[in-house]
Ligand binder design. Structure first.
Ligand code: V47
Ligand code: SF4
Length: 367
């Protein structure tokens, strides 16, 4: 491996000797001018873990309501009740979303929405029951720690009890949203009404302890510093040491259109790649790093597969959150389209279920 930057070389030696990277090491990775060297190191680690396998899932997103009382500054999706464009799915809407929008059968339904004060706990239980009835073969991956906290607040039930009841209604996994950047300064500046880092970590720990795996995300490319990104990763790694409940880490590139931060430019491709690579090397206890093609765009997501990512998420069918904030990627992709994207990157597509069980495969490592 050809590494030109001496500070990267010393971190690479440490990593390759099996030592855990610390804050200083992670900052050296972020700051190195040798992006190729960083990518090679992250790709080596990706190949060690997964060979040329690149995971994807046939999934569908269901965003049940965009009414949200939090109104985070980075969000283009949320509305106040009664605003133009505000919506909340009723039973008929869910039925039609899960049938009309389906280009092909799905294995996972990814359900998240805003904190809509008009919805009681029964709405959420009914929603999960309905999705189970309509798509019995699909895994329900639903709600973030933010929604769990909200449901606990409106019912007076403990987080444990909320999760227990949602589990009984069909919840099997949770996505990684709502973490944003686990940092009090950014919380205060960008999402003061949403739960803070301590509560996010506490809820996720409880969820993991109840046998529900989750993902973890990081929303980057706004006002955060590189140090704050690294702190975010280290907090996730620390929790993962305790719970082993995280499945994948997904960096989310901030899209500013139609938000109150619309003056901010899009993330640079090189920063997107660096962020994937640093995550692959620092999160040594995470099996999977996702290149979320919706936010990165298809071509950069392909490139990210050579910077540490091993998963491309899924077919998605009608993504709303990033598209209201200006994403120019398609709103969904067919299974064939995703497979072709991975093959054209000279890698091996492997369809997975929500828990990374392999659905299709073959001679792994072959293209
Ligand atoms: O928490 C909101 C982010 C998240 C914007 O777990 C924005 O498999 C960019 O968590 N620009 C929700 N991002 C999406 C999410 C997710 C997506 C895909 C897969 C998984 C998974 C989880 O979207 C929010 C927030 O961090 N977000 N607004 C924006 N303008
Ligand atoms: Fe609401 Fe989530 Fe948007 Fe924040 S990011 S305003 S919590 S929908």
């Amino acid at each position: 491996m050809h590494i030109t930057d001496p500070s990267l070389k010393s971190v690479a030696d440490k990593f390759l000797a099996g030592e855990r990277l610390d804050f200083k090491d992670a900052m050296a990775l972020y700051r190195t001018p040798d992006l190729n060297g960083l990518g090679l190191l992250a790709h080596k680690e990706r190949l060690r873990r997964h060979g040329k396998k690149t995971f994807f899932i046939r999934n569908q997103h269901l965003n049940y309501s965009n009414v949200c009382k939090n109104r985070c500054l980075f969000c283009a999706y949320a509305r106040d009740a009664g605003d133009e464009g505000a919506y909340t799915f009723n039973e008929e809407d869910v039925r039609s979303q899960l049938s009309a929008n389906r280009m092909e059968s799905v294995r996972e339904i990814h359900i998240v929405g805003g904190l809509n004060p008009c919805l009681g706990f029964d709405y959420f239980e009914k929603l999960l029951n309905l999705v189970t009835e309509l798509q019995p073969e699909a895994t329900i991956k639903a709600f973030t720690a933010v929604e769990i906290d909200y449901l606990s607040g409106i019912t007076g039930l403990s987080v444990e009890k909320v999760v227990e009841r949602l589990k009984a209604a069909g919840l099997a996994m949770m996505p990684g949203g709502g973490a944003e950047v686990l940092n009090d300064r950014i919380h205060k500046a960008l999402f003061p009404k949403k739960i803070n880092k301590d509560r996010w970590l506490e809820i996720i720990e409880t969820v993991h302890s109840q046998g529900i795996p989750t993902n973890a995300t990081m929303l980057y490319g706004h006002i955060e510093t590189l140090g704050e990104r690294v702190e975010h990763l280290l907090q996730l790694r620390k929790l993962q040491d305790r719970t082993k409940g995280f499945s994948a880490f997904i960096p989310l590139a901030f899209h500013s259109a139609n938000t109150r931060l619309s003056h901010l430019p899009p993330t640079a491709a090189l920063d997107d790649l660096r962020t994937i690579a640093v995550a692959r090397l620092v999160l040594d206890n995470f099996d999977h790093i996702k290149a979320y093609w919706v936010m990165l765009g298809e071509k950069l997501a392909q490139t990210a597969l050579y910077f540490g990512a091993d998963d491309m998420d899924g077919t998605i069918v009608e993504e709303r959150i990033t598209h209201t904030a200006g994403a120019s990627s398609p709103k969904g992709m067919t299974r064939k389209g995703l497979e072709s994207l991975i093959r054209r990157a000279d890698l091996f597509p492997v369809e997975r279920d929500s828990f990374y069980g392999e659905i299709s495969g073959g001679s792994h490592g072959e293209v």
